[in-house]
Design a protein around this ligand. Sequence first.
Ligand code: H79
Length: 595
Amino acid sequence: MMKMRQGVMAAALAAVAAAATEPARDYRRESPAERAARMAWFQEARFGMFIHWGLYAIPAGEWNGQPVPGVGEWIMSRAKIPLSEYRQLLSRFNPTAYDPSEWARIAKRAGMQYIVITSKHHDGFCLWDSKETDYDVASTPWGRDLLKPLAEAARAAGLKMCLYYSIMDWQHPNYDPLPSWDAGRSGHRPDMDAYVRYMKAQLRELIEGMGPLGILWFDGEWEPTWTHNRGVDLYNYVRSLQPSIIVNNRVDKGRKGMAGMTAEGEFAGDYGTPEQEVPSRGFPEGVYWESCITMNDTWGYKKDDHDWKSVTQLIRMLVDVASKGGNLLLNVGPKADGTIPPESVERLEAMGRWMEVNAEAIRGTTATPFRRHRFRCTKRPGCLYVHVTERPADGWVSLPGLTNRVLSARLLAGGTSLTVGERNGEPAVELPTVLPDPHVTVVAVSVEGVPGAAARPPAQDPETGVVHLDGEEARLLGDLKYEMATDSIGEWRSDDGRAEWTVKVVQPGRFRVEIEYACEKASDGGTVQVTVVDQAVSGQLKTTGSSHAFRRLVLGELTIPSVGEWGVSARGRRRESAPTLMHLRAVRLLPVGGP
Ligand code: H79
């Protein structure tokens, strides 16, 4: 819809006049307390539903009878479809089975706390009746807004309504650049200032029409025409319309690739957005993040994508994310008829059954107190939750370095109380002979105070025999530095850098040595050497594509002759003229053969 009523016009002019007299406020500056209060619901939620829905659900991954590789919502780009052709989908969009209350029920029953739906994806199609364009749901046979009814259903179910909005737009006549595959499109006049006015008008419609919203989830910010200044301005604009709103970091240019966290600097955005990955560890308090993940391999519905993650994988992913202090935004891609694929619904129902029993170990918790633990853990004042995925051979879960007095322990499933004792001088809890939940069995350990843990030096896992040495725990010589952003040791700029560990070995024997590393293209071809006492193993480092993409490399085998404390060190040689050697995340010694 495009007509502008006179009242609306007058209101818009008044707003412009008011904005001109008021000093612009920079919403990036707020006190830690203000920020924490604004982020509180997000921090507690831990689990939300992402919904990718639009015209692309109609072709569902197939164009002119041919399967199109890649994610479904990118079909316009992947199949190089001109707008003149793609827009014909408008006349076929009629989701007669759309039932927003059912969607809200599915999310709620899964244990989710919020919904983020694509109000407009990269293709530019708008799921509400926008005054600013005809390229919207009002121009389809369905003919009416899809978002407000969902907002109402979500709120009725106690869920926060949130919107995704793509900055990149393959349809708008002023977006810059015009999509490369559609160079012959007529009437295109690149003008980012005009396009920004369009975005702002739409965002005002959304916030004023659907509000109050939980999150505005921007995306498609990576093209060079989108600048830091524009990002800051848009962030402030959105916050000025609803000061309490949460805005993800893709509003600005600070996002670091798919790892998604925000770079150092004055970047706008309230939280990091890892995409299709979970960070290797958590972040300091006050750093918020949310991993967005698909259940198969596409965001928008694709009829041929059957690569579904299992319920166990999904539950363990939620636990992994919560144990690191983040949120999981799990995607569904509804079909063109308005139904969520049954494979997604089944999985969400199973997650819901798990959450019914175990939600207290997820919702409202914070990250594990342990630097390193056999199992994922979460905590709240008075309680530590251990998410057990496998029964240790001796049946005890040990809590090395726990600083709190343990009062009691029980399984969340069934409430069975468990024996509390000590193992190897550390507090421990005895598990039943059979774990009741094949996905994750949660042990709730009641403690005095807020669960905390003292650091423990690296030690061999007494059960598996594995020695795991984290980059973060190494003593570093030369210029080496541990970098939190990549969770690895970097700055291997001269060949005298060395990382050293001392590890307590309880089961000596033969070990296979492997490293976990990343290596950017320019540094391809260095060598790395790991030494234990007088034995060395080494290997060639091939590029992993970037300093964020980690891979394992087996270096060889060596023997640790006896029980005791042993020194392990890693060093290397760069290829001549290479800027650096690698990023080293971990060294592992894996027992080979029998014990
Ligand atoms: O909506 C879903 C996808 O359609 C959208 N984001 C999710 C939530 C998405 N679009 N593109 N991509 C995901 C992948 C894009 C990756 C790249 Fe980049 C953009 C590679 C180069 C530019 C991001 C920014 C990664 C590196 C820089």
